[in-house]
Design a protein around this ligand. Structure first.
Ligand code: ZN
Length: 285
């Protein structure tokens, strides 16, 4: 058994346009957020965390991951939002010896999203021709410890992120946490499903990550090249608190968007801020 730390490598797919049917705000551009896939590897084995969305994403991840020359034993999903696991079908074609897994609450949400898309075409209409039909839903992972070359990776059921029932992956040997959408890195944070009470729970989830005292913090949505540092924890909490503070001033969607851009204008993906602001103003109406 190796005792050297497991390696953490991160692939980021850049922000890109998509076919958005929604009415856009003044100056708003419909882009999909940059996303990450993480390879956790030892001397011979590796696992991937998150599978992203499109055939193109999966092909890119596979080409990148194969370059490390590891035996990919599994692909694990952090949370149920479809942009983190619809790529699984194509990824498993590239790695036929691997299987896709997620915690029960994550697999449950993923299964729900399949039915949601059947009813609404939410995903397939936004990414026509780019998604598997039918998709491959991750299998239920019953064990919270995954071994990579004999070293432990722990699944932690942290709960609220940008969706309820989120998990994170803690790699003790490398003092790393792969956070999915519990943490964002220089990208506007999605609050379509997170009202003020859920944002408070989300801030507490980030406290739980910080309590692990990690040196490497990988966000589910991060800018290309943004460093995977612990400061992403406090920065994400500050963003959530600022959103509530600006929303509490009242006002329009436009007011909320521009109030947040004044504070966090350096972040990628303002389209997500517009979506969050429309949802928040509607909740408060
Ligand atoms: Zn996401």
């Amino acid at each position: 058994m190796s005792t050297s730390p497991l390696s953490i490598d991160v692939y980021v797919s850049p922000m890109r346009p998509y076919e958005c049917p929604d009415q856009l705000g003044e100056g708003e551009v419909a882009t999909w957020a940059p996303m990450s896939c993480t390879l956790i590897s030892g001397a011979t084995e590796g696992i991937l965390i998150d599978a992203m969305l499109t055939f193109g994403n999966a092909n890119e991840i596979a080409a990148w991951a194969k370059g490390f020359g590891k035996n990919i034993t599994g692909i694990y999903i952090t949370h149920g939002h479809s942009d983190h696991w619809l790529g699984l079908a194509r990824l498993l074609e590239h790695f036929p010896e691997a299987r896709g897994y997620a915690a029960p609450e994550v697999a449950g949400r993923a299964a729900w999203e399949v039915e949601f898309n059947k009813a609404t075409k939410y995903w397939t209409s936004r990414f026509p021709g780019e998604l598997p039909e039918p998709p491959v839903v991750p299998e239920v992972l019953e064990n919270d410890e995954i071994l990579v070359d004999g070293q432990v990776v722990k699944v932690i059921h942290v709960g609220q992120g940008d969706v309820e029932g989120s998990t994170i992956f803690h790699v003790p040997s490398s003092e790393a946490v792969i956070c999915g959408d519990v943490v964002y890195n220089n990208v506007h944070m999605m609050m379509y499903e997170a009202d003020e009470a859920k944002r408070e729970a989300w801030i507490a989830s980030i406290d739980a990550v910080a309590a692990l005292n990690p040196k490497i913090v990988v966000a589910g949505h991060k800018s290309v090249g943004a460093p995977d540092l612990p400061r992403n924890l406090s920065a994400s909490q500050q963003y959530l608190r600022d959103f509530t503070a600006v929303a509490n001033r009242g006002g329009t969607v436009d007011d909320l968007v521009h109030g947040m851009l004044d504070l966090h204008g350096e972040r990628d993906q303002p389209h997500t801020l517009w979506i969050s602001a429309r949802a928040e103003v509607a909740r408060r109406a």
